[in-house]
Design a protein around this ligand. Structure first.
Ligand code: PBG
Length: 339
């Protein structure tokens, strides 16, 4: 045998038996490289403008649109379980939806009102709001359209900037632009600074793909019907691209993002890893509605173990380099971690 055999992993047997460390729970725990804690979780909720409403979302079993009473109970549960942030997604009355999504700028609209109520009742709970027009537009797109139906960039950024200011003035802790317009992070950051809103954090949906996995979310916020057969490919990223995600993240960091996000999550863990390695900034992933629906559906059929799959899927985000995960499983996972 040549001397190169000493570098072959096979030649190392039996000196190296990787299974030794896997034999007992204590040594598995001792050498575990990554772990999940409640601190890593952000819980997204669908908010209705009502006191005691509770509407299950058919395509997301276990998830409901909720009125104020349930929302406040949910906020309390986040605090009990140590989940740091609640992310609000409004379900806007169809009668308030317009082509320009003007309701997004109403300082007494559902989102700013809810932010004020939550921050006064639960000041220590982090609150995050979505900056995008799709819950407010009659066409279900995230921005303004020109005559041909193309989503205008700079005109949309001007509106999103005002939307972010309304949310920040209501006291939200984190604004999260999910629209994928060019230049919106810089415009929002400049506007926040100019108003003295220097503490408002920006979590940028930096690498957000035009994904089929958002389907159940669009049912939940009621934009699916408005969007119809249209898609978001002229602003959200092409699922075939990876280098482009790094360019998007670089722009958002340069424009003033405090945290960046990759979305969807599980099918895009390669992007999470590349972003973390390249930039070393706080990096988040969104385990989106369709990912949640898949796990729930399989579990309901008895095809997957719900708890084990949920925990493994969340841990996988940490291993891929994410600092945290937005997940509809956040409360259930935090409860298991506490048990
Ligand atoms: C829209 C928005 C979407 C999600 C979060 N913000 C849907 C979309 O872009 O069409 C999806 C979240 C999910 O699927 O859980 N601005």
């Amino acid at each position: 045998m040549s001397s190169s055999s000493s570098t072959s992993p096979l030649a190392a047997f039996p000196a190296h038996r990787p299974r030794r460390l896997r034999r007992d729970d204590f040594s598995r725990r001792l050498v575990r490289e990554h772990s999940l804690t409640a601190n890593d979780l952000i819980y997204p909720v669908f908010v209705l403008d009502a006191d005691s409403a509770h509407q299950p979302v058919a395509s997301m079993p276990g998830v409901s649109r909720m009125g104020r009473a349930e929302l406040f109970a949910t906020a309390e549960r986040c605090l009990d379980l140590g989940v740091p942030v609640l992310a609000l997604f409004p379900v806007i009355d169809a009668a308030l939806k317009t082509p320009d999504g003007a309701e997004a700028l109403n300082p007494d609209g559902l989102v700013p009102r809810t932010v004020r109520e939550l921050k006064s009742r639960f000041p220590e709970l982090g609150i995050m709001t979505d900056v995008a027009l799709d819950p407010f537009t009659s066409h279900g797109q995230d921005g303004l359209l020109d005559d041909t139906g193309y989503i205008l960039n700079d005109e949309t950024v001007a509106v999103l900037t005002r939307q972010a200011l309304v949310q920040a003035e209501a006291g939200v802790d984190i604004v999260a632009p999910s629209d994928m317009m060019d230049g919106r992070i810089g415009a929002i950051r400049a506007a926040l600074e100019s108003q003295g809103l220097v503490h408002t954090r920006i979590m940028a949906y930096s690498a957000k793909y035009a994904s089929a996995f958002y389907g159940p979310f669009r049912d939940a916020v009621g934009s699916a019907g408005n969007l119809g057969k249209a898609n978001k490919k002229v602003y959200q990223m092409d699922p075939g691209n990876s280098d482009e995600a790094l360019r998007e993240v670089a722009l958002d960091i340069a424009e003033g993002a405090d945290m960046v996000m990759v979305k969807p999550g599980m099918p895009y863990l390669d992007i999470v890893r590349r972003v973390k390695d390249a930039f070393r900034v706080p990096t988040f992933a969104y385990q989106v509605s369709g990912e949640y629906a898949m796990i729930q559906a399989a579990a309901q059929n008895g095809w997957l173990d719900r708890e084990a799959t949920m925990m493994e899927s969340l841990l996988a985000f940490k291993r891929a380099g994410a600092d945290g995960v937005l997940s509809y499983f956040a409360l259930d996972a935090a409860a298991l971690l506490k048990a």
